[in-house]
Design a protein around this ligand. Sequence first.
Ligand code: SF4
Ligand code: SF4
Length: 206
Amino acid sequence: MNIKEYFSSLFEGTHSLIKGMEVTGKELFTKKVTEQYPENRAELKIPERFRATLQFIYDEEGYHKCIACKTCERNCPNGTIQIITRMVDLPNGKKKMKLDKYMYDLGSCTFCGLCVSTCPTDAIEFSNDFEQAVFRREALLKQLNYLPEKEKPAPEPKPAPAPKLEAAKPAAQEPKPEPKVEEPKAEPKVEDSNDVQPNVEQKETE
Ligand code: SF4
Ligand code: SF4
């Protein structure tokens, strides 16, 4: 190494050192973002779209929208979901497959979101509740339909359709009474001329 190379590498090293110190010095005075967890649990803000665990969507009345179609189970790439179904008898005599248990293994979920995006009824979603630590691995296996199943009330029968207004049909004509055929009157009996009584006047002239 000659004298020129020596001073050149010295300059580069010093420049690199100053550059590094500049970055460190800047971070020294910027606002800290370290979360003091769990002390700050009350004011902790987790982004809404953070995928922490899968959950069922229940409405205020305790109904969910899962129709047990198993689309999510088929689309899950690593068998995290297991859907157990049962057959129920409907009031109309038909049978229907209903959800019995929706099992989800948080321990093997990769949070890819395929199950949520392919569900035809939007029955599941990701919760951002990140506090899912447990002591036993089996505890990560969860039944998502935790509320007792409620039967939806049968739909009210549809009102009978209003009768169609048909063009006024001519009233069925009653058969006219047949004209009475009068029986021919009995002709007066023509008495024998011999039986005719002589006229009174005739008698007087005699
Ligand atoms: S997020 Fe992905 S891995 Fe997790 S249950 Fe849904 S489909 Fe399976
Ligand atoms: S959660 Fe959705 S996709 Fe999965 S079984 Fe229920 S309705 Fe089907």
